[in-house]
Design a protein around this ligand. Structure first.
Ligand code: BGC
Length: 358
């Protein structure tokens, strides 16, 4: 009996091994014969298929495949939500440390985990309570909002799927507890939708040649703005207006925050650039310091890459709107940015550098 089981296991393992070897050789052959961008080593090297002993080249391919898988897994994970730390910090954002969040240990974030002592602080800013045009009404009973759906141009759907309502009909943060109840300084109950343009180019010298970093890899640069509300560097994103298409928001926010007072010619160049380029980097929940148990930020982040540097060659960045600074920033893994923006940069680096050059 034991022998039979072992034999069956050996056969199944054998099939897996045959499949892996066939698939591996097929992939290597395709990399060699198709001149695709999948494989681009840093320095010219011998081809695996012709010189099978070229171990270094093989390592490049394996590392590249691993980086690609990591990016894919990360992007998959991203749709289900990011970390939940900034929205559990001691004080609620923009209150001069006057509104303290009820402490939520990591193990008590999930609504399913009982937390009988949980008494979240109630906070909705004075400004939001006055119901400006971008905010909902405080009294839900009379408002009749269409949760989990489009509602008169307002997108009340979450990228994470259907969210629940509490006993009084308030939307519940899909990731879990934050220590604050109400809307804080966010206008909408439930998801508040934003969009983040990630505009990138390769760093070049005055002759237009790509500059390499200490690790011999090209340096990716991205447009960042300094936020006036918290003095943190961030992507030049903003809120999606009711009835506005997200692709319009991406363009509008970039022009307002990073290219204030630019010429008509520059505006049309940027519009064309945004319409012809674009790769989705992230869509989902954001670990924003303004999140509460009933209101939270979600965003759609898209990368627009100026491959040869020609689009931004003569364009001077100029901050505007809520921004108090703007610059092209060399990207590294350890950048500290507003909300979840550093995590978007990690995905971006995987996409442009790690999966191509490592
Ligand atoms: C910002 C976006 C950010 C979003 C979520 C918005 O206010 O403009 O850049 O991604 O909040 O944090």
């Amino acid at each position: 009996m034991k022998y039979k089981l072992l034999k069956r296991k050996f056969h199944s393992d054998l099939w897996i091994a045959i499949f892996a070897v066939t698939f591996g050789l097929h992939a290597v052959q395709n990399i060699h014969h198709s001149d695709s961008s999948f494989y681009r080593p840093k320095s010219p090297s011998k081809c695996v298929y012709c010189y099978k002993e070229d171990y270094i080249l093989m390592c490049h391919i394996v590392a590249q495949a691993t980086a690609r898988t990591a990016t894919a897994v990360r992007m998959l994970a991203n749709t289900s939500g990011m970390s939940h730390a900034k929205c559990r910090s001691e004080f609620y954002a923009r209150t001069n440390n006057t509104v303290r969040r009820f402490p939520v240990p990591l193990g008590k974030v999930n609504w399913e985990v009982p937390y009988p002592e949980y008494k979240p602080t109630h906070y909705t800013s004075e400004h939001v309570l006055k119901s400006p045009p971008w905010a909902d009404k405080e009294d839900l009973a009379s408002a009749g909002y269409n949760w989990n759906d489009m509602d008169n141009g307002v997108n009340r759907r979450s990228y994470l799927g259907q969210y629940k309502l509490d006993d009084e009909g308030h939307p519940l943060n899909p990731i879990g507890r934050t220590g604050v109840q109400g809307r804080g300084c966010l206008g909408r109950w439930g998801p508040n939708h934003a969009a983040d343009p990630i505009v990138t180019k390769w760093k070049r010298d005055s002759q237009g040649h790509q500059v390499l970093g200490p690790d011999d890899l090209p340096i990716l640069q991205c447009v960042l703005i300094l936020r006036g509300d918290c003095n943190e560097w961030a992507l030049p994103g903003g809120m999606v207006d009711p009835g506005e298409n997200v692709s319009k928001t991406l363009q509008r926010e970039f022009l307002e925050e990073a290219m204030d007072s630019c010429s008509e010619e520059e505006i049309s160049k940027i519009k064309h650039f945004f319409e012809s380029e674009g790769a989705e980097i992230y869509k989902g929940y954001v670990d924003d310091p303004r999140n509460t148990d009933n209101s939270w930020m979600e965003t759609y982040a898209m990368n627009f890459h100026d491959h040869d540097g020609s689009v931004f060659e003569k364009i001077q960045l100029q901050f505007g709107d809520d921004a108090v600074g703007v610059k092209w920033k060399d990207l590294t893994k350890d950048l500290k940015l507003y909300a979840s923006h550093s995590e978007f940069i990690d995905i971006l680096l995987d996409l442009h550098i790690n999966s191509k050059y490592l």
